[in-house]
Design a protein around this ligand. Sequence first.
Ligand code: PLP
Length: 413
Amino acid sequence: MSTDLSKDIELIQLPSDQDSTGRDLGDDEMVKLAAAIESGTLTSTKGQFVKELETRFAKHLGVEHSYACSSGTAALHTAIAAIDPEPGDEIVTTSITDMGALTPILYQAAIPVFADVDPKTYNLTAESIEAALSPKTKAIMVTHLFGNPARMNEIMELARSRDIPVIEDCAQAFGATIDGKMIGTFGDIGCFSLQQGKHITTGEGGLVASDNADYARRMFLFINKAWGYGDAKPDHYFLALNYRMNELTGAVAVAQMEKLEEFVQRRTAIAAHLTEGLSGIPGLETPHVDSGFVHTYWKYCLQIDSDAFEGGLDEFAKQLRDRNIFCAPRYIQKPAFECQVIKDQRTFGDSRFPFTLARPEAVDYSRDKFPGTYAALASVLVLPLNEKYTSEHVKYVVDSIQSVAAGLQKAAS
Ligand SMILES: *Cc1c(COP(=O)(O)O)cnc(C)c1O
């Protein structure tokens, strides 16, 4: 094993998105929050801030309709409820994602069917989705993982040819574009998260967006217990929850929205510096971004060839963590279908519902069906990235990775 280079380097503390060092929450948020409190109206059914957020967010994306809700998970649940699958219908999606993208499928009594990912981008592709389609496919849910857009032109061509609606999970991809077109506007519904670690934050919160008036109507209702606010004869029209965002959150979100573009620009600029500094290291690959795509770097991922370094990915990650770079090998520890809720079908009581309605092939998670998924998880090293990084922070990260790589590099055979 090589010498421990960390002893020679002065450790520094990088900004963290878990506290004020890496979050921009201050006077702008305070002013709006105070106004919300002073108004005495904290419900969005009567207040102004959540409405303002929705108007601004729709304008930001260039879509007709946007609604705020209580989390990214709620946003995805709302989108699925708008599409309204029959029990046992299938939703094709990815297993490298947040569980909040998958449990709503089960709550709507649908079956998540996992398609494989491209091991270079970690995203679904039209080919992998096509292989997972069946006559029971009711929707496709595409995640733009880490902020890198999935290839939406090809995916939408496939989906339109089969008349299948597409939900985009943009929780990690605020501001990302393909040929100048915003992610979240390619499919039928775009979903976003305002969770603590996302591009902009209110601690918890979510947004849905759509140009489709029917989906928008159902989403508005689903967030509001399906109560027909403003209708001549309102009723609770169907099964739904209270997923509303409150005015306190809305006030902070409006202030955060104003900073979104700046954060996105800073993140892409910082990532470009990292890529410049880290290119050409044998055994290590910088993020793969298609031409015309703008990746907005929720995280910055390297691909590490474990055979090229002593101790492989785990040792590489450990040495970076010793330098206060809190990276995560594998992002999630395992594909989502290996988690108990899905693998063991732990749902409602002992019923296993809705898995009891699934085709056997839809719940076949054999390893050989997912070569891209396992290859991706075996090589990905997820590095934190923050809009508050200075050039000193960027240099520190680059120098640290270079020195870890040099220290662990196996002699060329
Ligand atoms: C964060 C996240 C979610 C869930 O959002 P919450 O606000 O945490 O509920 C869903 N999908 C992806 C890809 C995410 O990163």
